[in-house]
Ligand binder design. Structure first.
Ligand code: DXP
Ligand SMILES: NCC(=O)COP(=O)(O)O
Length: 251
């Protein structure tokens, strides 16, 4: 009999549609249009990251996504006062708090929840009261997972960036060790009552071992799929990712 470990949700991150738009200072390609195409292709949610420097997604994009899509919006941002005010005004389905450095090319590592526990507990309290599902974008270390549970986060999203990099570099033993650590992290988080998501750097080639982790409820995938959309179209690119995720879950 086929094992049924539950359907894994697929959130599509549309940040890099905005990267292409901003490269020319034009109005296109439009991230909302991408989000609506993703929704039509079966995406379970849309993820967008409003960075402090607005290098891709901008405030108006978040407003348009909040008003325009029919599936949950996962609003990624740093835990700053500015972002808290925007979250409380827009009230997205979910807020995923991420570490952010102005000079980084992309999100490097997870949020240090254990090292900033008291502040983050206070920071998320009004978000929780507003009905926003709070998620922590963290590494797989037990200390970060336990701190996320203690402060009252509903979700942790485990950073798969290192696994993805090691796999892409052909460092299979190290990628396997990182995958095993992600598995242990997912099991610990679920045992603490957290919903477990994962994402960053996932591709057709590396997604299946991650999708097979039984405690995961959702993957968030962006950069690779926006690139693949150039060749396949966004809908077919998403459908192929969906197919591979299902293959990992239901084989
Ligand atoms: C938090 C995360 O993993 C992604 O949302 C990522 O941050 C996308 O944005 P960047 O590519 O700007 O890092
Ligand atoms: N939180 C991870 C995410 O939204 C997508 O990351 P990526 O696929 O763009 O690297």
């Amino acid at each position: 009999m086929m094992a049924d470990r539950g359907r894994l949700r697929l959130g599509i991150n549309i940040d890099h549609v905005a990267t292409v738009r901003n490269a020319r200072g034009s109005a296109w390609p439009d991230p909302l249009r991408a989000a609506l195409l993703a929704e039509a292709a079966g995406a379970d949610g849309i993820t967008a990251h409003l960075r402090e420097d607005r290098r891709h997604i901008r405030d108006a994009d978040m407003e348009a996504l909040r008003a325009g899509i029919g599936i949950p919006l996962n609003f990624e941002c740093a835990a700053t006062d500015e972002m808290q005010a925007i979250l409380l005004r827009l009230k997205p389905h979910a807020a995923c708090l991420v570490p952010e450095k102005r000079e980084e090319r992309t999100t490097e590592g997870g949020l240090d929840v254990a090292g900033d526990e008291a502040r983050l507990k206070d920071y998320i309290a009004p978000l929780r009261e507003a009905g926003i599902r709070v998620s922590m974008f963290i590494g797989h270390e037990a200390a970060q997972i336990e701190a996320s549970a203690r402060i009252g986060a509903a979700v942790v999203e485990l950073h798969t960036g290192l696994y993805s990099e090691l796999d892409a570099e052909g460092r299979q033993a190290e990628a396997g060790a990182e995958l095993a650590a992600l598995r242990r992290g997912a099991a610990l988080a679920a045992s603490l009552g957290l919903e477990v998501h994962a994402g960053h750097g996932l591709t057709y080639e590396n997604v299946e071992p991650v999708a097979a982790i039984p405690e995961l409820a959702e993957l968030n995938i962006g950069h690779f799929l926006i690139g693949e959309a150039v060749f396949l179209g966004l809908g077919p690119a998403i459908e192929e990712m969906r197919r591979r995720m299902d293959a990992a879950r239901f084989r």
